[in-house]
Design a protein around this ligand. Structure first.
Ligand code: PLP
Length: 453
């Protein structure tokens, strides 16, 4: 198994370039997206694109070497359920791009959020989560984790102190989405992360909707999770997820708070994960997630999908720029349309929500999700969707293609009208995920469909 470190501390796994120059280090996302991590070229073939290492297992280096690998005393791959070189290259690049120390790629975004919590919480423990969550995460926390004995205390993100009030000695993590939809109000990452650090509770942020344009680790979050299925993949071809560890959370100062890291693990020579990680210079949180949860629960990403996400990462900064630019044009168009009641877009928010958006987003960006409400309500929403020619009607975000959905009759249709309203879904609300087509075409498609709604 290879367990990755920040680029500063990692031992390169491949030979340095033939001219012997040290690896180029950049601060710029555009460069890191193409060169981040220790992979430079395949040492056997010289291939520059990261190969798809389509193998389930690996030749062991003799019995003594195997002993060390199995005991996590040496780096190397054993079995693709736990690690794989293509996955490794993706994880290193993603960690570097996020400003983190190490990452773990998984089979889906759902696996990433589940692992992020299960790595810290056991039966009898609790987490405090913002109520502004993707429906799948809500179901995981409210129903499935509950059956595991893990309680989720949902609080309103508008009141950061609510996280402190909901905390007790069994609270193991705080959880939130950086840009939850449909409200599209940026989460107070810095405020809640600071509360968490006072209590020894790490803030885990799902940054799926805003990679690169919101940088949760810079605002104090301890862990970032992604559904890489969305912008990171970008082409709508693959399901995947990832956890990025900042490497800065002071676990050792909070022994009682984090028993999973501080109690001896009988399956690893009775050592604690803090000791185990310390002995080999790794980060305990991400080491345990891989060595325990991937080993036992097995939600491994396939080498093929890890490769697809590397392709996605390479153009992520460029794509995000265009997504943002297109979304702003579309939002401005909708704002001026007589049949549109209201446009939900961070640029148009007011008060604290706007101030938070301005201090959290990369300057000049507001993301590529745009909500709007048609004056004609539910029936107008349905007619609008049926008249789209370019936008796809589907329940996803972050694709290169533009997507639209009418939540009241689809994703939120199981909820009562009152519950729909409390999550921000009004009968005429439509959510758009703005893609990379020419903005004039997007506006023409919307104009026509709104006209017929
Ligand atoms: N987090 C967010 C914000 C999402 O939108 C989604 C999926 O829509 C997920 C997590 C779950 O990701 P996946 O579908 O890759 O399991």
């Amino acid at each position: 198994m290879t367990i990755h470190q920040s680029p500063e501390t990692v031992e390169p796994e491949v030979a340095p370039p033939p001219h012997g120059a040290p690896a180029f280090k950049s601060r710029h996302a555009e460069t890191i997206a193409l060169h981040g991590g220790s992979f430079r070229f395949d040492p056997t073939s010289g291939a520059v694109a990261v190969p798809i290492y389509q193998t389930s297992s690996y030749q062991l280096p003799g019995t003594e070497g195997a002993d060390k690998l199995f005991a996590l005393e040496a780096a190397g791959h054993l079995y693709t359920r736990v690690s794989n070189p293509t996955q490794d290259a993706f994880e290193q690049r993603l960690a570097e791009l996020e400003g983190g120390a190490a990452a773990l790629a998984l089979a889906s975004g759902q696996a990433a959020s589940a692992f992020a919590i299960l790595n810290l919480a056991r039966s009898g423990d609790n987490i405090v989560s913002s109520a502004g969550l993707y429906g799948g995460t809500w179901a995981l926390f409210a129903a499935t984790l509950k059956t595991f004995g893990i309680e989720t205390r949902f609080v309103d993100a508008e009141d950061p102190e609510a996280f402190a009030r909901a905390t007790d000695e069994r609270t193991r993590a705080y959880y939130a989405e950086s840009l939850p939809n449909p409200k599209l109000e940026v989460f107070p990452i810095a405020e809640v992360a600071a509360i968490g650090r006072r209590h020894g509770v790490p803030l885990i942020v799902d940054n799926t909707a805003a990679p690169l344009i919101i940088r949760p680790l810079e605002h104090g979050a301890a862990i970032v999770v992604y559904s890489t299925t969305k912008y990171i993949g970008g082409h709508g071809t693959s399901i995947g997820g990832a956890i990025v560890d900042s490497g800065t959370f002071p676990w050792t100062e909070h022994r009682e708070r984090h028993p999973n890291l501080h109690e001896p693990d009988p399956s690893y020579q009775g050592k604690t994960w803090i000791e185990k990680a310390d002995a080999i210079g790794f980060h305990p949180y991400i080491l345990r997630a891989r060595a325990v949860l991937l080993r036992d629960l097995g939600a491994a990403i396939s080498p093929q999908n890890a490769f697809q996400f590397i392709q996605g990462l390479e153009t992520l900064p460029l794509r995000l720029r265009q997504h943002n630019e297109n979304a702003e044009k579309v939002a401005e168009f909708l704002k001026g349309h007589p049949k549109v009641e209201r446009v939900i877009f961070p640029k148009f928010q007011e008060g604290e929500a706007k101030a938070r958006a301005e201090r959290t987003f990369k300057p000049g960006t507001y993301g590529a999700l745009v909500g709007f409400e048609l004056k004609g309500g539910r029936e107008a929403g349905r007619r609008f969707i049926d008249n789209l020619q370019l936008f796809y009607h589907l329940a996803n975000i972050g694709d290169a293609r533009s997507l639209a959905i009418h939540p009241s009759t689809t994703t939120h249709s199981q909820l009562s009208i009152e519950d729909q309203l409390s999550t921000g879904v009004t009968p005429g609300y439509v959510r758009l995920s703005i893609g990379l087509e020419h903005p004039d075409d997007l506006i023409a498609d919307l104009d026509r469909a709104i006209g017929l709604s």
